[in-house]
Design a protein. Structure first.
Length: 344
């Protein structure tokens, strides 16, 4: 408790700028009040950052969640986006908040129905993604790094997609019927979608010859190449030989060059490749970087695919399109039945 001393008035001491008497107490009170105000302002700032912007039944959406989602969508913080383009900021904010509300409604229904997704379910889904997109685990991880997400975040996304798919299956899918006539009609009207360019998957063993004017270096490379060819002819695995001998950047990955449109190949290489069947390889020959052996790993012929080959893909597309429409209708109805309050 502070005591007010009537006998010591507020005054400056002679010859100095120092406060005396009750001035010490006054300064302390001011400092204390300043600290309290700063604490209050800090709490107020936190409250503003984390305040509720929407209530969805028993769940809430905070301003922090909204701003994080805006940054994920746009790559900009909400404040920077607003400074750049205020009109766009409000448009994005409305769209993102609407999507967050949809997610909350969907999550609540998933919990209500007791839909569960196991780690094994996630693993199997990721393996299907790799198979359908013809990518390895290393390529998948590389794509994640480019998108700026971790494996843990990617697995969470996959989990949520499986949950929604099962929700759709429960609520909507059983009511959808796609006929053969529907699929054939789509095929006839969209044949250009099923045109595929001639594409080849190649691997190579590259033996570099840094100095074209060095006959001895070229001879050494050719001798090594002949030895590799003999091992291949004796049954050695091309990928293993590439890992052991190839001096190209793809050597550690078994020399795999990936899928390449046939038309983009060097004209001389085209002539060599078109004679091969998948699994076969060229003779030893010169290239821009030295001497190489190229293997045709796999091949996709060009032209319009027959209906029988794309039937399943068409069924899947028509099914997805119908699901999306019915899901949108179902979600709209579910939102109407929910208590949703937006506070801005």
């Amino acid at each position: 408790m502070f005591r007010y001393d009537r006998e010591v008035p507020f005054r400056w001491s002679k010859g100095s700028r120092r406060l005396t008497g009750n001035h010490h107490q006054a300064v302390f009170v001011i400092v204390l009040l300043s600290a309290v105000c700063m604490t209050f302002l800090s709490d107020l700032s936190a409250e503003i950052t984390n305040r509720v912007v929407a209530t969805v039944n028993s769940d809430i959406i905070t301003l922090y969640e909204l701003n994080c989602s805006i940054e994920q969508v746009t790559g900009l913080s909400a404040s920077n986006l607003r400074l750049q383009d205020e009109e766009r900021f409000y448009q994005v904010r409305r769209a993102v908040l609407n999507n967050l509300i949809n997610e909350k409604v969907t999550e609540q229904q998933i919990r209500k129905l007791g839909i569960k997704v196991t780690e094994r379910d996630i693993d199997e889904a990721i393996e299907r993604v790799k198979l359908e997109n013809r990518v390895t685990q290393e390529e998948l991880l590389s794509n994640m790094r480019l998108e700026g997400i971790t494996l843990k975040e990617y697995r969470q996304r996959v989990k949520e997609e499986i949950e929604r798919a099962r929700l759709v299956n429960y609520e909507v899918k059983s009511k959808i019927v796609i006929t053969e006539a529907d699929a054939r009609n789509y095929y006839q009207k969209n044949m250009e979608q099923f045109f595929e360019t001639h594409t080849v998957k190649l691997a190579r063993i590259l033996l570099k010859t840094p100095d074209p004017a060095d006959p001895a270096g070229i001879t050494r490379a050719r001798d090594l190449g002949k030895g590799i060819l003999k091992k291949l002819e004796a049954g050695s695995d091309f990928s293993d030989m590439a890992k052991a001998y190839s001096q190209g950047p793809a050597g550690p990955e078994g020399g795999c060059l990936g899928w390449i449109p046939f038309d983009q190949l060097d004209p001389l290489l085209k002539k060599r490749i078109e004679k091969l069947s998948p699994g076969e390889y060229t003779e030893l020959h010169e290239c821009r970087y030295g001497i190489q052996i190229v293997q045709l790993v796999d091949e996709i012929e060009g032209g319009i695919k027959p209906f029988e080959e794309v039937r399943d893909a068409i069924y899947s597309k028509l099914f997805r399109d119908t699901i999306e429409k019915k899901y949108a209708d179902w979600l709209s109805k579910l939102r109407e039945e929910s208590f949703i309050k937006v506070v801005f």
